[in-house]
Write a protein that binds this ligand. Sequence first.
Ligand code: S3P
Length: 432
Amino acid sequence: MKKLRIKSAKAVRGSVQVPPDKSISHRAAIFAAMANGESEIRNYLFGEDCLSTLNALKSLGAIIRRRGKNVYITGGKLKSPARDVYCGNSGTTMRLLCGMIAGMNMSAKLVGDRSLSKRPMERITSPLTAMGARIKSRRGFPPLFVRGSSDLRAIKYIMPIASAQVKTSIMLAALNASGETMLKEKIPSRDHTARMLPFFGARFKKKGDFLAIEGGGKLKPAKISVPGDFSSAAFFITAAVMLQSVLTIKNVGLNPTRTGFLKALGKMGLKYRIKNRRYSYGEPSGDITVLKSVLRGMDFSADDIPAMIDEVPLLALVATKARGISLITGAEELRVKECDRIEGVFSQLKKMGADIEKLPGGFRIKGPTPLRGASVTGFGDHRIVMMLSLAALAVRSAPYVTVIDDVSCVKISFPGFFRTLKKILVGKWGRP
Ligand code: S3P
């Protein structure tokens, strides 16, 4: 347990660099392990979730070498592991590996930590089973016993929920199935997989509203470079917004299926600039400068959610500072993340004085409200802890100190979060 006391702050200033993208790092490592030969992944995220993926791939037979910020993975010779495959806290690791193993002649037992063991897996086991894989779970929850098969069949599948993890899991199984798998999403989720797999030699076609994945091909090794994580940048965008400051965040991934939070803030009145736009290995990136702005409350619904799924807790925080009512709906998926993020955000922001109501799939928030310090819990969820740290800095009503019960989980996605945050704070952490 690592408790943290945070005093409110005046402003942030300067520029920050955020860690490499978590979703892109996971995918690059898994695709490299499937490809025959050595791949190079530059700027890999060495956060706990992506380390879980590397360790899991090692136990499945991939040869992995780290050199500085890069990893080199030799794949193509995966085999059934001798022990359980531990996926830690990472839903992406478990769901993607399940899809990968489903299409290979091997079997494995995938296990996770306490939080992951409570996350729903039926969303992947159901389509993968329809393709011919044999998967046993604990009534839809981990652990998963996956018995893969080299003769999976292609399916036509309309995804009932918007989930990039489910989409990628099916796509990985589809690569090893016979025939053409047809996949349709009602609301588009992040598309890193479709952007990256062609570098590993896989080809997809758009057929109307469907993505068509041809099975039976072999992946070849690739070189990938990972941009900064927009979801990590979102914490600094929020810091600047909450503290009415100007701040630049450098080399951030700007894939439009990820930047919904910036779009949402733009609708609320945020002014920002994007410079140094680049394009590398299928992914756009650039430097974001947040300018001082006055925000107003807005409505966001189901169509807006997938492109900002991990940033909804931050949107709720920002809404406490915006003038008027913000209504966020259609975000039921937040209930099955690392914790129940609707309950988590609601209960802790309420303690800090927010005018917030919880809804089945979101929140109704009235602003602006000056937040006050409190003793809060992050539920061991990295994104809730980081959101609460920013709420703590933005406190404008006594007491000016917030205590967060355990902040060690930030290393899941953002090792060094507090170090980076301290560097840009103006003056000491203290009363404004
Ligand atoms: C992820 C997809 C999202 C997101 C998670 C990472 C991914 O989950 O919340 O942090 O890398 O594919 P869902 O696809 O389940 O919404």
